[in-house]
Design a protein. Structure first.
Length: 274
């Protein structure tokens, strides 16, 4: 990547986003995870990019979607997203497909979380803890300074991730729109996003069927039969059902309550369970 000189406004913007991204994990919900926090982090940036109130609120509403990643790693996605929003504001109305922004966020959040959780919550935390225990055993007060040492890679990844993501977007997105690559990127990002969501359904949504019976003396296990037809069929049906209800403008809270009630009812009837 060729070096890009950032203007004073660019530096001020990335610095502002760096500090605001510190709070990404402090507003979580079952339906949107970090979606509301994402809007709070980027609210002033959107206001600067979109002078028109309608465009500003459209961006706020569009970005209040499901989003969840390791906060330490969010700078890359944040910088790229803001570069894309800037290009959207510059482009003639209707020529920039904002679906690419959502696709990029959804496509990156999984890999970024995988890297961030593994390093910060696993490898780095264990290294610092091992050093801290050895100092604590000897009564060495250096152990009190180790939490500050642990923050160093956290801060560096946040700072340079934001700057790199913004620079990367500034260099390539305008060119991508001009030569038509942006259309391909939008489709690719959407495919990756759908793949990530599909993977989340398969791994995180559980509908274990415990209902059993006997036919002609042979035990009939309903879960095995369902797995033979299509593994993960019930989680898929549940996810699709929720999606259909949301598309019909049913409140996410009502959908969530409905899933909880359905889970209790099926468990009480002995159909599902741990």
């Amino acid at each position: 990547m060729t070096k890009i000189e950032m203007t004073a406004d660019d530096k001020k913007l990335t610095k502002h986003l760096f500090w605001r991204n510190m709070w990404l994990g402090f507003c979580m919900s079952y339906t949107r995870q970090q979606g509301v926090a994402w809007d709070w982090v980027h609210e002033k940036a959107y206001r600067k990019i979109y002078k028109d109130d309608d465009q500003f609120w459209e961006a706020m509403k569009r970005n209040m979607e499901f989003y969840n990643t390791t906060p330490n790693m969010n700078g890359l996605a944040s910088g790229l997203a803001i570069s894309m929003e800037q290009e959207n504001a510059k482009a003639p109305k209707g020529t920039f497909d904002t679906a690419g922004i959502s696709g990029m966020k959804i496509g990156l959040m999984g890999p970024l979380a995988g890297i961030g959780d593994t390093f910060f919550s696993g490898v780095w935390a264990l290294i610092i803890m091992g050093i801290a225990i050895s100092f604590a055993k000897t009564g060495n007060l250096v152990v009190a300074a180790l939490p500050l040492l642990a923050l160093i890679p956290n801060i560096l990844v946040r700072w340079y991730g934001e700057k790199f993501g913004y620079k990367l977007g500034s260099q390539y997105i305008a060119k991508a729109v001009q030569n038509g690559v942006m259309t391909m990127f939008t489709k690719a990002a959407s495919i990756v996003g759908v793949t990530v969501v599909g993977g989340m359904i398969a791994t995180l949504v559980k509908v274990p069927v415990i209902l059993k019976g006997k036919i002609n003396g042979s035990e009939l296990v309903l879960q095995k039969i369902l797995d033979q037809i299509l593994p993960g069929m019930l989680p898929l049906l549940l996810a699709v059902g929720c999606f259909v209800l949301l598309r019909k403008n049913v409140s996410p809270v009502k959908v969530l309550i409905g899933v909880v009630v359905l889970g209790f009812a099926l468990t009480f009837l002995g159909i599902t369970g741990a």
